[in-house]
Ligand binder design. Structure first.
Ligand code: IMO
Ligand code: MG
Length: 468
């Protein structure tokens, strides 16, 4: 029998609970200060993280936010799709800012986003017309499609030009047929692709390796491993609101595929949730506020995409979706950001569940976006909180009482504890909730031992609580 109360080292996974942009990077940055290894397991340059440390603002699309801990090994694992020019640019920008990238490791198995993937992303979106997904246009979907079709080019292929050309000789005729005959567009030649790649390959060469081995060794050596999720639960290709999803597995399960770290090595799974909910791109969004309240959240929260600059759609916190996220990720706690953005509302609302055709739904209808059609969100309304001097807050207990009560209510609805909150972009504006473990302790907490804790708002079994 496993002794669940004995302190054991377990990996920590951080995932987004809704449709992305939850400010995962901010919490990863704080927890990452205490990690030995930080691993990003999926997605590509469709992600956008902004982390502010002191006077410096760092924007990342590919490199995990964990790079800001110079002592941690920072891994981009097999599940990622990588645009070499974007990665080379991020490395150069970080170096200029004095951030060492020496500990970066890039998986030889991660797939390469090539110019034809970006072009096909654009053309597919146009061809879909009213059914367009509203992708970030970074070539992510077509790159994952080639991975599944087994015509992808992988980072390891870049290390040997002869091999790279052999792989392109397989992929390009297929792609060009589609581009020329299907889309009446232009074709790509291997010479141009290779010539464009060459300077980037030279920058990236030292970083490309077998990152699964890095993962295995980290587990074997009892290292503190942090998984940095990109995108979010409702964008998961299986568990999200298909087809308005991304092409990877942002859920916690994605953390172990191709990273060298088995599921049994994971201890805690933390969900990053915004105090309200946003989404970019198309697809039903039940708690969306289409009035001035939504506009106000957008302006106060600077809710414009880091990757595409698009205005984000804003709405009240969808805690029904959060409860789904608790279940599908096995969340053991949550971190709530953007509490300052809701300041100034007389009242704030939380969606506890949906009704459809007059019936209360027991579970968030995940898996297909059409299931959300006709769903009516049911809200609980709580007193709001006024603007305060956020700069002066240094403890959770100093937050406005109603903001604290809001966090506590979300805990009760989600059935899991709140561990951290944040109310600003700076690192010191992320705080640990009173009485909750410091980031370093997260790696040595007992593993989750039992499931079946219940939310206060219904009979939906969520997940275990207890150890935190
Ligand atoms: P971070 O890591 C928000 C959304 C896109 C689109 C759909 C598919 O910053 O939270 P894709 O380019 O992936 O094929 O687009 O997924 N999307 C995101 N939305 N934040 C992200 O990442 C996203 N990554 C993809 O807007 O609706
Ligand atoms: Mg984003």
């Amino acid at each position: 029998m496993v002794e669940t109360n004995a302190p054991v080292t377990g990996a920590v996974v951080v995932v987004g609970t809704h449709w992305g942009d939850e400010a995962k990077g901010k919490f990863v940055d704080v927890i990452g200060q205490d990690a030995d290894v930080v691993i990003r397991y999926g997605g590509g340059p469709n992600a956008g993280h902004t982390v502010m440390v002191g006077d410096a603002t760092h924007k990342f699309h590919l490199i995990p936010s964990g790079i800001l801990n110079a002592k941690a090994v920072c891994v981009m694992a097999d599940g990622m799709v990588i645009a070499p020019e974007v990665l080379a640019h991020e490395i150069a920008t970080l170096r200029e800012a004095g951030v060492t990238c020496e500990n970066l490791r890039v998986s030889q198995n991660a797939h390469v986003i090539l110019p034809y993937h970006k072009r096909l992303d654009e053309l597919e979106e146009i061809a879909k017309g009213a059914g367009a997904i509203g992708t970030t246009g970074r070539g992510v979907g077509p790159c994952y499609a080639d991975k599944a079709s087994r015509i992808g080019i992988r980072m390891g292929d870049l290390l040997d030009e002869k091999r790279l050309r052999e792989r392109l000789d397989v992929a390009l005729p297929l792609k060009n047929k589609l581009l020329l005959k299907g889309y009446k567009d232009y074709a790509f030649t291997p010479d141009v692709i290779v010539a464009e790649l060459r300077p980037h390959i030279e920058v990236l060469r030292p970083f490309i390796c077998d990152t699964q081995a890095v993962g295995y060794d980290a587990v074997a050596d009892g290292k503190r491993i942090l998984f940095e999720g990109a995108q979010a639960t409702l964008l998961d290709i299986d568990g999200g609101t298909y087809p308005f999803v991304t092409s990877s597995h942002p859920v916690s399960g994605g953390a172990t595929v191709g990273t060298g770290v088995p599921p049994t090595a994971i201890g805690q799974v933390l969900g990053v949730v915004k105090a309200y909910t946003t989404r970019v791109g198309a697809g039903t969004f039940p708690t969306e506020l289409l009035d001035e309240r939504g506009d106000r959240i957008r302006e106060r929260g600077h809710e414009y995409g880091t990757t595409t600059g698009r205005p984000r759609r804003c709405g009240w916190l969808d805690a029904f979706a959060l409860r789904y996220s608790v279940r599908v990720n096995g969340l053991t706690g949550f971190c709530m950001g953007h509490l300052d953005v809701l300041a100034g509302f007389d009242t704030v609302s939380i969606c506890t569940h949906y009704t459809k055709n007059g019936e209360r739904l027991a579970h968030f209808p995940a898996g297909d976006v059409s299931l959300l059609d006709g769903c009516e969100p049911v809200f609980e309304t709580l007193p709001g909180w006024a603007e305060v001097e956020w700069d002066k807050i240094s403890r959770f207990d100093d937050l406005p009482a109603n903001a604290q009560a809001y966090v506590r209510r979300v805990e009760a609805i989600a059935g899991i504890p709140a561990l951290m909150v944040s109310f600003g972009a700076r690192r010191d504006q992320t705080l640990i909730v009173s009485g909750k473990p410091a980031p370093r302790e997260l790696f040595t907490l007992p593993r989750p031992s039992a499931f079946g804790a219940r939310s206060e708002v219904g009979a939906v079994a969520t997940t275990r609580v207890g150890v935190l």
